[in-house]
Design a protein around this ligand. Structure first.
Ligand SMILES: [Zn+2]
Length: 134
């Protein structure tokens, strides 16, 4: 695929373990912050590039059961700021499908708060090379 994954500081919240993937053949780039949910995408468009930046409104890491008792980690972000009640409902719906919500943050009064998990756990998940998924 021709990509390099590394960490960078989140441009929005300064979290030091934001995930950056650089696709060196295409010159495309994505940044995903699993703390605040900030996303950035630079993709080819015609002869140039198109940049798309989304403000973070909260993020999540969900463990999906896989063969051999393993778990596939899937990271994602909310595109709109969910209320606490909406986020709780979202978690319940996700867990009805058999997934485990490991981390979930929302933004309340400009503060990022954990409804599930903690900063220490988030750091643990982000010190590997889990690529962001949508
Ligand atoms: Zn961030």
């Amino acid at each position: 695929m021709g990509s390099v994954t590394d960490e960078c500081n989140c441009p929005q919240c300064n979290y030091p373990h934001a995930n950056r993937v650089f696709y060196y053949r295409a010159g495309e780039e994505t940044i995903f912050c699993p703390f605040c949910g900030y996303t950035y995408k630079k993709t080819r468009a015609g002869k140039g590039y198109k940049e798309q930046e989304n403000h973070g409104h909260g993020a999540f890491i969900v463990g999906i059961p896989a063969d051999g008792g393993k778990q596939i980690l899937q990271m994602g972000a909310f595109t709109k700021s969910p209320t606490r009640a909406n986020a709780e409902r979202w978690m319940q719906a996700a867990e009805k499908t058999g997934a485990t919500v490991l981390i979930l943050t929302i933004v309340e009064d400009d503060q990022i708060v954990f409804l599930r998990g903690s900063k220490a756990e988030l750091n643990k998940y982000c010190s590997g090379d889990g690529a962001p998924t949508e």
